[in-house]
Design a protein around this ligand. Sequence first.
Ligand code: HEC
Length: 131
Amino acid sequence: MVNRLQNQHGGLLVRASLPLMTGMLPVVLLLAGAGCDSAGSSSARPPVSSAPVADDQAVTAAVNSFCGACHAVPSPDSFPRDDWYQEVQRGFDFYYRSGRKDLTVPVQSEIVRWYQSRAPELLPAAEAARR
Ligand code: HEC
């Protein structure tokens, strides 16, 4: 189902693609334990002490410039991890449908991974309801 879109925009995405398939796993694991730091600091950066891979900063910049071109950059903790694939997809869809050509289109999978590595598995409310 998603393939249709990816094919449609494949040219753009492939041109920008980087050999970035590895490297984020440690960040994901680190953040997995950090989800109880709830509400309030929606724009705060996650408290990761070890330096993220250098590429992470490039992806952060891409998130800020691409997603931030149309609206405030959504905070990773505004959706649970599993929702981010779809939210990022929507952002790209908005761009393609807008007819804009002025933004540098990032690699979609990197943006998804950037959000997923920072997002809580569940939002605090859902987490609390579980207990
Ligand atoms: C071309 C403009 C544009 C770009 C680029 C864009 N968005 Fe959006 N985004 C929108 C618009 C317009 C809405 C409002 C949609 C609505 O209210 O239904 C929106 C709403 C959202 C929402 C609100 C929740 C929702 O599902 O309605 C999220 C989250 C979001 N965008 C994430 C992103 C992310 C992540 C990126 C970067 C990958 C991104 N957007 C890039 C135009 C854009």
